[in-house]
Every structure is written in C-alpha cells, then in structure tokens.
Design a protein around this ligand. Structure first.
Ligand code: ADP
Length: 226
C-alpha cells in the first residue's frame, strides 16, 4: 500500500445465500478522496459501504485500511477500527430521540471509553464547528430533518475519523437541506478526511472526485462527473 492510500479493496466478492452481490471488486480510496457509489436499488452499494466500514466482511478478497488487513482482524480489532477510523451517516439519521443533541454527538466517545468531561468538550467543539451550538440541549426528536442530519454528521466527526461513510444522507431531506449536507461533506473532504457517499442522486454524485458505478455486482470506476 502507498502512503496516501487509506482503503484498498482487492478482488473483493460477497454473496448471500449463493447469490453474488459484489464480484471481484478492486477499489482504492486515497486519503482526502471523495468517492461516490451509485447504482440501482439492490445493486450492492450499501454492501460495499459496510465492507469499507467493517460492518460486513467479504466472502473472498482482501480489504486494507491504513495498511492493515481488515479481513485478518479479530472482532475486537474490527470494533477498534470502526471506533477510531470510520464515521457513519445514514439516511434515517439513527439518533436516540430522547437523548439531547450533546449526548447523541458524544455517543461514539462513550463507546470508545472517553471520560465525560472530554466527551462533552469534543462534542461541543464539533457542534460549534457545524453551527449547531444553539441546539446542544435540545432532544433529538425536537429537531427538523435537516438539523437531525447535521447532528448525525457531528456524531460521525466527534472522534476525528479518517473516513466518513454516508449512505443516502439526503434521502429524507428537501433539496435545500440536501444541498447543505452536500456542502458539509465537501467541507469534510477539504479538511483532509476521505468521504464515501452512496447515492442514487446524480446531482449529488457530481460533488465527488471519483464515482464508482455498480451494476449486477460488477463495479466500474470513473473519474468525477464534472
Ligand atoms: P443497495 O444499497 O445498492 O440498494 P444492498 O447492498 O443493500 O443494495 O443489497 C444488495 C443485495 O444484497 C440485495 O439483493 C439485497 O437483498 C442483498 N442483501 C443485502 N444484505 C443481505 C443480507 N444480510 N442477507 C441476504 N441478502 C442481503
């Protein structure tokens, strides 16, 4: 692996119950790269995202992250990789509705065993960065969809991950809030982190540096769409 490479997938295949979802996929994500994954429903986009985020492992092939082979790691090592290296953003936000914004954002640090004071400092700092300071004490279920997604992005960033994985992050948002989320993902990439965006929205895909098209389990890599 070269120094600037964050994720390398080599010859990755994954099948469920004899049905092939991804076939012989090769993919490199450099540090600071913005990659978009597009394809029809059921084409394997989320599966690829889950492999990169170590929520799923391939049936064959290898996945390297920061030079370490994820396919050879124990469950504990994979959990550590997820906690330190990846931040996830989902279409449905997955916030705890009756927790405050601050507690939602601090959640990954609870899992990482960080003390309360440091957790709160870090969560406040990232909320401030994203212009959400005034929402700190609100319950998640008091927020609009756009606010929820920005809070979930803050949660994805609070532990300073190397890569943010966003699975259809604008799927439940109107176009203005969708554009704000897209601007945030670009900003995250410009700050040096890698971003992977799964979408079926070709306008959103134009934000990325590279696009990977998945069809019938086979991936085709192209440059940006701009
Ligand atoms: P996309 O994100 O492109 O909509 P997915 O990656 O979610 O597609 O799913 C790709 C295919 O794999 C689909 O046919 C889906 O039904 C199947 N699949 C995904 N996860 C599982 C699973 N845990 N068990 C069995 N089949 C699955």
């Amino acid at each position: 692996m070269k120094d600037n490479e964050l994720i390398v997938c080599r010859d990755v295949s994954l099948g469920y119950e004899g049905k092939s979802v991804l076939t012989d996929l090769d993919l490199t994500i450099a540090k600071g790269d913005y990659l978009c994954v597009v394809g029809d429903n059921g084409s394997g986009k989320s599966t690829l995202m889950n492999i990169i985020g170590a929520l799923d492992s391939p049936t064959s092939g290898e996945v390297f992250a920061n030079g370490k082979n994820l396919t050879k790691m124990s469950a504990d090592e994979l959990a550590d990789y997820r906690n330190k290296t990846t931040g996830f953003v989902f279409q449905s936000f997955y916030l705890e509705p009756t927790f405050t914004v601050l507690d939602n954002v601090a959640m990954p640090l609870v899992i990482a065993g960080v003390d309360r004071r440091t957790r709160e400092e870090k969560a406040k700092a990232v909320l401030e960065q994203l212009g959400l300071s005034d929402k700190i004490g609100k319950m998640a279920n008091e927020l609009s969809g756009g606010q929820k997604q920005r809070v979930s992005i803050a949660r994805a960033l609070v532990h300073d991950p190397d890569i943010v994985l966003a699975d259809e992050p604008t799927g439940n948002l109107d176009s203005q809030n969708g554009a704000e989320v897209m601007a945030l993902l670009r900003q995250i990439c410009d700050s040096g982190k890698s971003v992977v965006l799964v979408t079926h929205n070709m306008e959103d895909a134009k934000n990325a540096d590279n696009v990977i098209f998945i069809k019938d389990g086979v991936a085709e890599m192209r440059g940006g769409l701009q």
